[in-house]
Ligand binder design. Sequence first.
Ligand SMILES: Nc1ncnc2c1ncn2[C@@H]1O[C@H](COP(=O)(O)OP(=O)(O)O)[C@@H](O)[C@H]1O
Ligand SMILES: [Mg+2]
Length: 228
Amino acid sequence: MSLIALRQTEKYYNKGKETQVHALREVFLEIERGEMVAVMGVSGSGKSTLLHVLGLLDSFDGGQYVFDGTDVSALQPNQLALLRNEKIGFVMQNFGLILHQTALQNVSLPLLLNKHTKYVQVSPRALKLLEELGIGEKAAVPVDQLSGGQQQRVAIARAIANEPLLLLADEPTGALDSGTAEEVMQIFHRLNEEKGMTVILATHDPKVAAECSRIVYISDGIIQGRRD
Ligand SMILES: Nc1ncnc2c1ncn2[C@@H]1O[C@H](COP(=O)(O)OP(=O)(O)O)[C@@H](O)[C@H]1O
Ligand SMILES: [Mg+2]
């Protein structure tokens, strides 16, 4: 069974209005557990929309999405939130951190929302994650005092806090210099290879895409060269 199966999935913004955008068109996409997939396309092609739908952050308007055996269109908002918290990590394009809070507080948040994590385990676990990502010494520093590369590591630590099956990252190297970008890619490789996480990242950097096990091209909301 695939981890992800989109079938004829459609997504509109501002549906029925003059400003309507048809952002995903009849998308068929299957992704197996353990894959590391790059989603490539020019700006405005639908990369973020696709990731947001896959990450259960955004609804869709037609077709089907089966995630880890669950047809997500049948779920209520609270069930979606639970599934997202337990099984999906998302590294937002602008990191999406709470800037005035410390690195530790940012990473603690998804752990606090997880019913299976005891309160006393939250801080030690968050610190361990920061240490694993090489920024343990920044735990008590407010995120707005960290460099871009350090913020990206905090964002990744937060995304993987609940050991998700699926890690989504929206242009994770886009704002980083090439050395830092390479370090961040090494982190994704490690999570994919050592922890078996399925990784999907949007990028328009061919070098980043070439490091992935598969490239999915999207243009005008259409996935090119589908496999099935
Ligand atoms: N919240 C939104 N409201 C209206 N249109 C949007 C919204 N988000 C994205 N779009 C439009 O949907 C299309 C796909 O955008 P997006 O998924 O952000 O592309 P990419 O990430 O590849 O740059 C674009 O035409 C964009 O303008
Ligand atoms: Mg985008």
